[in-house]
Design a protein around this ligand. Structure first.
Ligand SMILES: O=P(O)(O)O[C@H]1[C@H](O)[C@@H](O)[C@H](O)[C@H](O)[C@@H]1O
Ligand SMILES: [Mg+2]
Length: 292
């Protein structure tokens, strides 16, 4: 049957209603990454948010504005949750409306110190379900993408998580976070000590949750877990990990909740469950907690 080009266009849109949005996310992430790379050449002026170790720079704000302005122009009805907009007092509520969940500079502390792992992270959710994720590791110049039901890729190469099921042959990645409350720090260290002493092959941290999740998706590590991350750190990575065949769970073994600020992402449930056994949970206020 002959299909004219209009029908093709229509069928194309039916096949993937969010293709245009995802292509835009990739393009704007690349542009944002170039701005970050340029900024790395200059002296960075540091500002603080919630504490002296919760850092922000003019580049974080500039890049978030650049991404939001560019998306708003193309998709004027869409909503946004952006790290720096939330820091400036915007609400952090995930509604049913198509929503872009943005971390303009994931790894701000790395960026400030010139530690070469910094990512632009853009997740996209509709009816509270994640549809696609784009993570641009801009110093490495690696573009990671994941589209619900269509797989995960890095620069066009299909990603697949590791098939390891033995925790003793695994590499785990986590972070120390930016909470310096001594009780919290000691729980983070006791969890890491227990995991190291299983023993695992190694314990790593890149300083960016988005990059850590891409490393799970690539099979370089078996699992990444953290309490204290935010939805903008992990929204994009969540799609990339699951589309590469991995799993996402809460740190208590329950279902993953994007707004809960806690997550285990792993190559499979066997590894995730083994990690969960060792996690000393500490409280972290939900991203969507109603502010008084
Ligand atoms: O604030 P940015 O966007 O750099 O992101 C955070 C990281 O992604 C965390 O994993 C990490 O643990 C840190 O808390 C870090 O702040
Ligand atoms: Mg971040």
């Amino acid at each position: 049957m002959a299909v004219n080009s209009d029908t093709n266009k229509y069928l194309g849109k039916m096949e993937d209603p969010w293709k245009e949005a995802m292509d835009h996310a990739v393009a704007v992430a690349r542009k944002a990454g170039a701005v970050i790379r340029d900024a790395l050449q200059n002296e960075v002026k540091i500002m603080c948010k919630s504490s002296s170790v919760d850092l922000v720079t003019k580049t974080d704000q500039k890049v978030e504005n650049l991404i939001i302005a560019s998306v708003k122009e193309k998709f004027p009805t869409h909503s946004f949750i952006g790290e720096e907009s939330v820091a400036a007092g915007q609400p952090c509520i995930l509604s049913d409306n198509p929503t872009w969940i943005i971390d303009p500079v994931d790894g701000t502390t790395n960026f400030v110190h010139g530690f070469p792992f910094v990512a632009v992270s853009i997740g996209f959710a509709v009816k509270k379900e994640l549809e696609f994720g784009v993570v641009y590791s801009c110093v490495e110049d690696k573009m990671y993408t994941g589209r619900k039901g269509k797989g995960a890729y890095c620069d066009g190469e299909k990603l697949q998580v590791s098939d390891q099921t033995d925790i003793r042959k695994s590499m785990i990645i986590s972070e120390l976070g930016s909470n310096r409350d001594p009780e919290t720090v000691s729980k983070i260290f006791s969890t890491m000590q227990k995991i190291l002493c299983i023993p695992v092959h190694g314990l790593r941290g890149s300083g960016t949750a988005a990059t850590n999740m891409c490393l799970v998706a690539s099979g370089a590590v078996e699992a990444f877990f953290e309490i204290g991350i935010h939805c903008w750190d992990i929204a994009a990575g969540a799609v990339i990990v699951t589309e590469a065949g991995g799993v996402l769970l809460d740190v208590d073994g329950g279902p993953f909740d994007l707004m809960s600020r806690r997550m285990v992402s792993a190559n499979n449930k066997t590894i995730a469950d083994r990690i969960i056994k060792e996690i000393d949970i500490f409280p972290a206020e939900r991203d969507d907690a109603v502010k008084k």
